[in-house]
Write a protein that binds this ligand. Structure first.
Ligand code: GTP
Ligand code: MG
Length: 188
């Protein structure tokens, strides 16, 4: 049966690997080990049926030198993870669904999502792409730099993209994010 590919994108250090580890393995990772690229598989029940996910945990977008024309993570939106991204490439993109992750403690990490979304839409050739916006680290309330209302409003203005606030640390809303994305992919 179908395996749905989920690509986890966002700036370095926002918690992409931690939330993936919480979802897939149910563990909390305190240390920070920047990702190159990792993939995981996980089956989740959606409305009584099993849905098989392949989750690609990418490298943070802000860690790339300006000499590199395209962030490595954008390649994983496109043809294959190792191929150089070409905007005009018409081969089938590998990602079926996308988690666009920022940290509620970093305005920059939120601002980076627009370019990521634009790239996904450009490569897919449609704005009807299964996608969820994730504001992670919501346990760090006193360090909040992006309001829930603002993140929600921007997400809503992007074709009513669903917005969740998560904490990989306390495992808040982690399953909900993947379940929502999975439902969108099943309907696509
Ligand atoms: P790159 O792989 O470099 O792109 O980073 P990443 O987005 O995968 O970040 P990672 O998951 O490695 O987390 C970076 C740091 O943030 C780690 O030290 C985590 O412990 C911390 N962190 C991640 N999620 C949370 C969270 O929900 N709450 C808090 N308080 N810390 C978090
Ligand atoms: Mg990582």
């Amino acid at each position: 049966s179908q395996v749905y590919q989920v690509v986890v994108l966002g700036a370095g250090g926002v918690g992409k690997s931690c939330l993936t580890a919480q979802f897939v393995q149910g563990v909390w990772i305190e240390s920070y080990d920047p990702t190159i690229e990792d993939s995981y598989t996980k089956q989740i029940p959606i409305d009584g049926r099993q849905c098989m996910l392949e989750i690609l945990d990418t490298a943070g977008t802000e860690q790339f030198s300006s000499s590199e024309s395209t962030p490595a993570s954008c390649r994983s939106i496109g043809p294959t993870p190792t191929q150089t991204y070409q905007p005009t490439d018409t081969t089938t993109p590998i990602g079926h669904g996308f988690l666009l992750v920022f940290s509620i403690t970093s305005k920059n990490s939120f601002n980076e999502l627009k370019a990521l979304r634009d790239t996904i839409i450009q490569i897919k050739g449609t704005d009807q792409v299964p996608m969820v916006i994730v504001g992670n680290k919501c346990d760090l309330a006193e360090e909040r730099a992006v309001s829930r209302a603002h993140a929600f409003a921007v997400s809503h203005s992007w074709n009513k993209t669903h917005y969740y606030e998560t904490s990989a640390r306390s495992r808040l809303n982690i399953d909900q994010v993947f379940t929502d994305l999975c439902r969108q992919m099943l309907q696509a």
